[in-house]
Design a protein around this ligand. Structure first.
Ligand code: ZN
Ligand code: ZN
Length: 341
């Protein structure tokens, strides 16, 4: 005999399930440009934040920028149907930005309503990365078609297609996508010694958002982000990361201590992200790719340091699930797609 608690749980889930399964928050969004933070963390394990991934939504279509590990799970938790993914754009090929690419493609492939190969746009190198994921998933695609049938999982569309674009020259930008009123522009940023790395600007119906990718303070970014409604910028706290690095070294974990120390020189700090937002004349700033993890709320102030004094507009530390909505008539609305559910 099932316990009272399990019978109540079963009754509740039966009642809620149709609503959960049919939920499509993207369909409910008003027209405009929407930016959803899927993963706001970094490669360092962080129970609150996934690896980097941003979903830009315009005209009911979803454009995914970077696919860190856990991207497809978090998109699912946010209620963003993988079948709505139009394509993926990659900023660079660090593992924390590509680890979830195979899974995002798989979820899109098996989603209702998709019957095309997923395109992956990126700078030189994208073909190698996509070919590698396609090869790694080839057996799995075969199993799924054999099991579920070609009507539901089309063997012709299981593999992704890479589309490479050249990196724009210093100080220049290049349009890499135009789709139903959405214009996506790429520009090079500075994450040296890693190259190529590009950021993206999205323009739709008079509103815009810029995604920095991984970079130190970059004049190229400032130029490309001129007057943007929302700048999404990476940031790292040297003070906090060096505490972790030193503790690692003292605990005898010399490789970890040394690697963490190296990381401090190729990301902006929060004050530098604020400087970039101010110099660009951005209207709002969301800081993401947060390094290191901030397990205590009080550490957020330490992480931001004097960033709020350096930038006049609204400034947020992004969280997984955050949605920034930019309607054509102006303004910015902020909500969270995970907490809303
Ligand atoms: Zn990187
Ligand atoms: Zn990164």
């Amino acid at each position: 005999m099932a316990s009272l608690r399990s019978r109540i749980a079963l009754a509740l889930i039966k009642k809620k399930l149709p609503e959960i399964v049919a939920a499509d928050p993207v369909a409910e969004l008003e027209d405009g440009l929407h930016v959803a933070i899927v993963g706001s963390g970094s490669p360092l394990p962080d129970e609150k934040r996934g690896n980097p991934c941003v979903a830009v939504i315009a005209g009911g279509k979803v454009y995914v920028v970077d696919t860190g590990e856990s991207s497809s799970e978090t998109l699912n938790r946010m209620g963003i149907d993988a079948g709505r993914i139009e394509l993926v754009l990659l900023t660079h090929f660090h593992s924390d930005h590509i680890g979830g690419l195979g899974s995002v493609n798989l979820q899109r492939w098996v989603a209702d309503g998709t019957d095309s190969k997923m395109k992956v746009l990126g700078p030189p190198g994208v073909e190698k990365v996509v070919a590698g994921f396609n090869e790694a998933y080839e057996l799995d695609c075969g199993y799924r078609t054999a099991h579920h049938g070609e009507d539901f999982v089309n063997p012709e569309t299981g593999a992704m297609v890479a589309e490479e674009f050249p990196v724009p020259a210093e100080g220049e930008t290049a349009v890499v996508l135009e789709d139903d009123g959405l214009v996506v522009t790429a520009f090079e940023v500075d994450h040296s010694p890693v190259a190529p790395v590009v950021g993206f600007r999205f323009d739709y119906k008079g509103r815009s958002a810029v995604i920095s990718a991984d970079t130190v303070y970059s004049e190229n970014l400032v130029k490309a982000a001129k007057g943007t409604d929302l700048l999404i910028h990476d940031a790292l706290s040297v003070e906090l990361l060096m505490m972790v690095a030193n503790a690692s070294t003292e605990a005898g974990l010399t490789a970890r201590g040394s690697i963490l120390t190296d990381v401090t020189d190729y990301h902006a700090t929060a004050p530098q992200a604020a400087d970039a937002a101010r110099a660009a004349g951005a209207r709002a700033l969301a800081i993401t790719h947060i390094v290191p993890p901030l397990p205590l709320k009080g550490l957020e102030e330490v992480f931001l340091a004097d960033a709020p004094e350096r930038f006049d507009g609204p400034l947020w530390l992004a969280a997984d699930g955050d949605l920034y909505s930019l309607p054509p008539e102006g303004g910015l609305k902020r909500s969270n797609l995970i907490r809303r559910r």
